[in-house]
Write a protein that binds this ligand. Structure first.
Ligand SMILES: [Ca+2]
Ligand SMILES: [Ca+2]
Ligand SMILES: [Ca+2]
Length: 179
């Protein structure tokens, strides 16, 4: 695997989703994102936003697990990810995590809320803070839901987005595959 291949947005995201680094994203690992974000922002597990997010993540996982064996490999992920998958299921799941973190429900996150959300989702706090600064183009210290989702979509599809900083694209990627 070449360096540029292992540094692709797909590899970055897969490595973040594969929390235990065994080369497979399990359903438990994927759904665990919801609970980690809820815990990080102090949301009750039974809050409607958390329940809705769990359902949205179940739908993404089922969509992503092409052969329905309860394991998502990198090959499956790579074959699935892209514009259609983003619009079909990812947008709702990512938006639902934003809604959990948006405790006052005004459709915007401040820097602290954003950093908490992204750290719970698997990014480092400093990488998340750098992404926030890139996404907050008007510098008012707040990030809109639409701008957040557009940032992730652009990163997933083109690799070029202020969200790239959240995944530490300026840092070398540890090899979490093939071991
Ligand atoms: Ca795993
Ligand atoms: Ca599978
Ligand atoms: Ca808010």
């Amino acid at each position: 695997m070449s360096h540029s291949e292992s540094d692709s947005p797909q590899h970055r995201i897969f490595a973040m989703l594969d929390a235990d680094g065994d080369g497979v994203v399990s359903r438990t690992e994927y759904l665990g994102r919801v609970d980690r974000v809820a815990l990080a922002v102090g949301r009750d597990a039974g809050h409607p936003a958390v329940v809705a997010s769990r359902a949205a993540h179940e739908a993404v996982y089922t969509d992503m697990d092409g052969d329905q064996d309860g394991r998502v490999t990198f090959e499956e992920y790579r074959a699935w990810v892209g514009h259609d998958a983003f619009e079909r299921s990812c947008r709702r799941a990512l938006g639902s995590l934003f809604d959990i973190a948006d405790v006052d429900a005004d459709g915007r996150l401040d820097r602290t809320e954003f950093t908490r959300l992204r750290a719970a989702a698997g990014n480092s706090e400093s990488d998340a803070a750098a992404a926030f600064d890139g996404l907050d183009t008007d510098g008012d210290g707040l990030l809109d839901r639409d701008a957040y989702l557009a940032g992730i979509r652009d990163f997933v599809i083109t690799g070029s987005s202020p969200m790239a900083a959240a995944y530490g694209t300026d840092r070398p990627l540890l090899d979490t595959h093939g071991r």
